[in-house]
Design a protein around this ligand. Structure first.
Ligand code: APR
Length: 244
């Protein structure tokens, strides 16, 4: 028996795959059609702003055709029912966790539906194309860039994430390859602070060896089953059957 009060959950593109959102490194992944250097770095934006804007405009437009899947919905159910601390840190820039109803949610790599003013730095909701050059509604001085953390930029709210990892009893990683830091290092931080660690993924991630348990399969099946387990065990005690 292990007392589980505080949970940190990390999600990656794999949790949205069953909703029809492309992952990055899978067979038809986003990085297969684009070089990161061409569309996901500040230098790329300096060199080819319209190309970069259109890359994100296309992904933003696709959000209208996808829905949260059972994995997103199960995590939202856990968020609503869990009496202890819970923080869902997503690397994803889609709004599927938001639409599923997760509240204790943090987008560490930004969001497609948000724009960042190049002049005043304020954020604004964006639904259409930034390549059309809408002016920042705050300062009315400048166009906006995608509110996306590009390679070479610091992910958002790292202090809050580190604090949550230092206090969590259980760290759960869902649908991420463990290829990109700092997110890929969260499991080691959690273990350093004494947390149990569980991974649910279609394939072993780069960090699988750091997890007490790795469950291989589809998030849409594994996550609802795990949420049912941990909620039925009560918020104080959870018979988290993890191999040491
Ligand atoms: N259920 C569970 N896992 C899945 C599913 C599924 N249905 N489909 C794919 N996966 C797994 C894959 O096995 C893979 O390990 O999801 C993972 C997706 O890995 P990536 O495509 O590398 O995506 P992610 O880990 O989120 O990438 C991290 O890299 O390019 C940057 O900023 C980008 O946030 C992204 C970061």
């Amino acid at each position: 028996m292990r007392e589980i009060n505080n949970i940190v959950i990390l999600t990656g593109a794999g949790i949205s795959a069953e909703s029809g959102v492309a992952t990055f490194r899978g067979p038809d992944g986003l990085w297969k059609g684009h070089r990161v250097e061409d569309v996901a770095t500040p230098e790329a934006f300096q060199r080819h702003p319209i190309l970069v804007q259109k890359f994100y405009d296309e992904r933003r437009a696709k959000l209208q055709g996808v829905q949260p899947n059972p994995a997103h919905l199960a995590l939202a159910q856990l968020d609503a029912a869990w009496g202890g601390d819970l923080l869902l840190v997503t690397q994803n820039v889609d709004d599927l966790h938001n639409r599923a109803g997760s509240k204790r949610l943090l987008h560490m790599h930004g969001e497609l539906l948000s724009g960042l003013c190049l002049a005043c730095g304020e954020r604004s909701p964006v639904a259409g194309n930034l390549s059309d050059g809408p002016v920042c509604p705050h300062c009315r001085q400048s166009a906006m860039r995608p509110d996306i953390v590009w390679f070479g930029e610091m992910p958002y709210q790292m202090d809050r994430i580190e604090s949550a990892l230092s206090q969590c009893d259980l760290f759960v990683s869902i649908g991420t390859s463990g290829a990109v830091y700092p997110a890929a290092g969260f499991v080691r931080s959690a273990r350093h602070y004494g947390a149990l660690t569980l991974e649910m993924n279609l394939d072993p991630s780069d960090g699988s060896l750091y997890f007490n348990e790795s469950r291989m399969g589809k998030a849409g099946e594994l996550v609802p089953a795990w949420v049912d387990d941990i909620l039925s065990s009560g918020t104080r005690f959870c018979d988290v059957m993890l191999k040491r």
